[in-house]
Structures are given as structure tokens and as C-alpha cells.
Write a protein that binds this ligand. Sequence first.
Ligand code: GCU
Length: 666
Amino acid sequence: ADDGYRLWLKYDEIKDAVIKKQYTGQTRFIALSGSSKTLEAAAGELQIALKGMLGVNVPTVKKPVAGSSGIILEILPASNQRIGDEGYVISRQSGNIHIAGKTDAGILYGTFALLRQMQQNLPLTHISIESSPKIQLRMLNHWDNPEGTIERGYAGSSLWKWYDLPEGVDPRYRDYARANASIGINGTVVNNVNASARFLTAEYLHKVAALANVFRAYGIKTYLSVYFAAPKTLGGLKTSDPLDPQVQAWWNAKVKEIYSIIPDFGGLLVKANSEGEPGPQDYGRTHADGANMLAEALRPYKGVVIWRAFVYKADPNADRFKAAYEEFTPLDGKFEKNVIVQVKNGPIDFQPREPFSPLFGNMPKTPLGMEFQITQEYLGFATHLVYEAPIFKECLDSDTYANGKGSTVAKVVDGSLHQYPITAIAGVANTGSNRNWTGNPMAAANWYAFGRLAWDHTLSAQNIAKEWVKMTLTSEEQSSNRIVNLMLKSREIYVDYNTPLGLSRPWSGVHYAPEPWQNRSSRPDWTALYYHRADSAGIGFNRTITGSDALSQYRPEVRKQWENPETCPLPYLLWFHHVSWDKKLSNGKSLWQELCTRFYTGADSVKWMQNEWSAVKNNMDPEMHADVAARLEKQQREAIWWRDAWVLYLQSLSKQPLPAPFKQPE
Ligand code: GCU
């Protein structure tokens, strides 16, 4: 039975005898001339995979074997213009499969690309693939704490066994690195953005170094989140003011120490003046002052500062939507060259659907990195099945119109729109200590999809799902199509019963249960009411010029799509408008009718998902099938819970009966 541990790197024996025979004949040796840990990792991966898929032990050799066919790993000259430093070329020449890259990491990525073809049983005879990543830093952000918990983690506790490290090195770290390398992830921030200063102690740096020692061979650099007030709490200084020379000296020394322990350390991720975290504003300084101080310390080592733009104030009269733009756009051009500002995809916080953050397109002189959330904080944790590639794509494909039509968010992030010197994309990880890594086995598809899109944002959500399903669940065509279809619909279904028509943040404290009526909290902007603004007249947040005017942060072309309630696409309607209950929508239904329809069809659709899942039962591993089936059963119950909570609450305001044919919840 499959316990999910091998993720999409299962390498199960190939069932098709013809293909198996063909592959066996084409992969009789693995030739590699150089030697490095990364090349060894590539060759080792090929050996594991070929053993699994073909049942043969393929030898590594120094030179291609004459008269035989095999795989050749080779370095391309640096002068090759066609591919980037981490890119690869796979070709077939004189009966051999060549995997070539300018760097060992490129060869490693090419190796995984070849295996991906084989795992999908695609022919290799005329194989010809060239690929380079579109974004430089492709990272996971772990929100893991020193005591082993994970903020917003739903798959057990942290992968990192801080107590055992640095002596105890869990073999799982290597499998983690393999999984990441297989999808092109080349950086990992191992600790929570709500950072403990403890990670900067020598004791912890040595633990982190032990992880970095494992990740290095797989092309993965290690990064840390830092606590901005560490000079005070750890260093015993009187201040953490970024303009104070003693504070600067403290960081310089700390960074020097980090690099003495981890020579290829990637850099620092910072959450500052956000949700109570300390930051430069505590001293009347700006985000740029704070970031530049760290950038200065990191520059000699070519390290980067990744400064988060997730900020908002506890002001009941302000619109949180506008906060990041207001704080950051005036600082455009004021950051040092090795600073990246990391922006969440939407202006609020990883909601099931958000418009793209208006920072994208509005900071042409500051490299903006994308932050997506892979872990399902607002997407039903590890219970609900939500395939996230459509969420990522929707944002990346959005047009900012910053330099005219076609100025997509993807082009901002990959640097092509504003010629950013550094480019970055991060996903908040959904991994944990559960045997199957992600709790819900289907959530592994989200980790996979993030990596694939980080490498190439032009891939389609559908093709990524196809690959993943074939490699992970089943090679049977019909079942695989069914599962892909289910995955592609899963996000809209979730939105329908959870936050239809542009609603947001109707959650109770832990972000799981429905609590749209919640109107009290320690902060005014942490109530549900703040976001949906339902009252006896209607529902939705007026962000037009007669309201908060958040729409003015977008280009006129974007504004035009959303500012008129008559023409605003329904998925975004309540993001931008307070709409009366009986307002007639473009589809002829009243708002109230449409909302009810979404809640009910959303919940009903989970039944459909269950049926689809039942239909594939005989073509996949029974244990994994049962695991997902149980989660879907719970999702079905909870979708009804969501529907009823919303309907009963909104009915207390709208005072309208349920439209036919829906049955009034009790
Ligand atoms: C969300 C999340 C927090 C997290 C924060 C952040 O608000 O609920 O747990 O710390 O985002 O991204 O910093």
C-alpha cells in the first residue's frame, strides 16, 4: 500500500511492457565525466528511478559505452546563449540521451525532467527539451517554530528536528531536498516569519548548517527569517534602530558569523512592523532603512534581503486593502540592490479569491517577489480538496497594465517588465512530519504545482495536474482524466460554499470554521464584519471612489473592469461594491438569489466530487484512495455547515426567504 511518502517520485514499475523494454534499451549506462555532490545526486536519482521503473541496476561509467545506449550527463560551455545557468537541454544523439546544463544544478534539473517524461511513459526516442527557469529564486517559506510547531501547518509538526540537530540528521531531509529539486525549487527559508531570535544564536546556526549541508547537493540554498529586534534581545544593545552604528555593527558581525558557519547561505527574510512584529518604524525609520541595513551586511557575501510587504494597521476607518501600497510605493527606488520586496498575491491575506495586489506594477524600481501560500490556511486546511494552481495562475496572468496591455503580474515577477536584477517567488510550505508530507495526499499537488509554476509560469494548471496525477496516483487514462477534472473544479467549488462573489474572511479565529457574524476582536480589522460589511441593505465592501477608493491604486484599465457594479465580473463583485440584496445581477438573478445559489450548488458539488472519486477507486492505491475519500466525506459535511452558517446569518439581515428549490436550513 502507498503511504504517500514517495510523493511524485514513486518510480513504480512501468506496466506497459513495450515501453518498459524500450526504456531499458535506451538507458543501459549513466555516463558522467566530472564529479560533484550534485552530479552524484543526479546519477543516484537516475539509478533509484531506473531500478524502480525498469527493475534494473544501471551502472555509472566515466565514458559512454560504445555499441550501447545510455544517458550522458554533460556540462555545456558557459558561452551557450540558449539556456540560463540553471537550465538544461535534453537531446538524443547517436543513440544516447544527453542531459546537458551549464551547471551541475542544471544537469540535476534536466535529470528530473527526463524522469518526468518516463514517469508519464512518454517516448524518448526523439526527445528534445530545452528549458530554463523564468524566475531566479524559487523558494519555500516554512513557518516553522523552534519548538517544532508550524504556524498554519496542518500536516503534523515541523520536519526539522531541532533537538536532534546538528548531530542527528534525519534521512528525510534528503528526500525533502529531492522532492524540491525535482520541481526546481532552489531555496528554503527554514523558520517562521514570526521569527524567534534564537535562530541567530551560534547553537541554532550550527543546526541550520547541518540542514544546509544536506540541501546543497540538490541546488538548494538555505535562508533564515530574522527577528528585527534581535540586536536588543540577543545582542543586549539598547536599541535595534537601523541607523544606529552599534546596531549596524551587530548585524554585520552576525552576518559574518552566519557565513562562517554556512558559506553559501542565501539571505534573510524579514517580517517587520506587521501584526505586532518589531521593525524600523519603532524608531521612526522606514522599511527601506531597515532593509538597507541588512542588505549592507549581506552584500560582501552576495546574500539577499527579502523584505515582506504584508503590513496593515489596526484602524477601523482605514481599508486594509490599501495599506501595503501606501507604505511601500513611496519607497520605490530607495532599496539597496540586493533587496527584494516580497508581496502576497492579493491585498488582504491568501483568501480563496483575491484581486492581485496593486503593488504589482507600481514598484518599477524595486524587485518585487511573489508570495503564494501553499498551506491551506483559508482553504480548509488538510481536509478540503482544493487544487491551487488555478489560484496561482489567476494572479500571475492578471494584467496590471503598468506598461500597457499585456503587463501581467508574471512579467513583473519574472523581471521582464521592469528589468529587475533579481527575481523571486515563494510559497508558504504545506509540509510537515506526517508520513505523507502534506496531510491530505492531494495537497502534495499544490507543492508540486507551486514548484512547476515557479520554474515556468506559462505552464497550464491542467497540464501540471496531469503530470502530477500520472506520477502520483494512476497511469490509467480515464481515471487520470477524471481526477484532473476534479482537481481543476475544486477551487471554484470551495469558493462557492465559502466566499462566493468576492466575499472574504468570514472565519473564526483559527481560520477554519464559519463565523461570518463575528464582530468583536482585539483588533477592529480582525472581525468578519470588517470585511464583508453585511447589513440590512446589502453586502460587500465599497472600494470605489464613493467608498475607500482602493480601486484608485490600480491602473485605469484595471479600475474600469471593476469599478462599475453593473459590469464588474461576479467573482469580484463584493470585493469592490456594497450591493443591495435585491439588486439584479448581469445573469438576471438578484444578489440574494445568486448568493444562495452559490452556497447550495457549492455544497452539492462536493457530493459530485465524492462520486467522481469513488469512480477511480479500482485504478489506484486503495490506502490512498480511502484516505482522500474520508477527507471528502468530512468536506461534504463541512460544506453544508458553511452553506447553512452563511444562509442563516445573511437571512437575519436580508429578511428574504430562500429561493426555490433550496430547502431552508434549520
Ligand atoms: C496571516 C497568518 C499569520 C501569518 C501572517 C503573515 O495573517 O494568519 O499566521 O503570520 O499571515 O503572513 O505574516
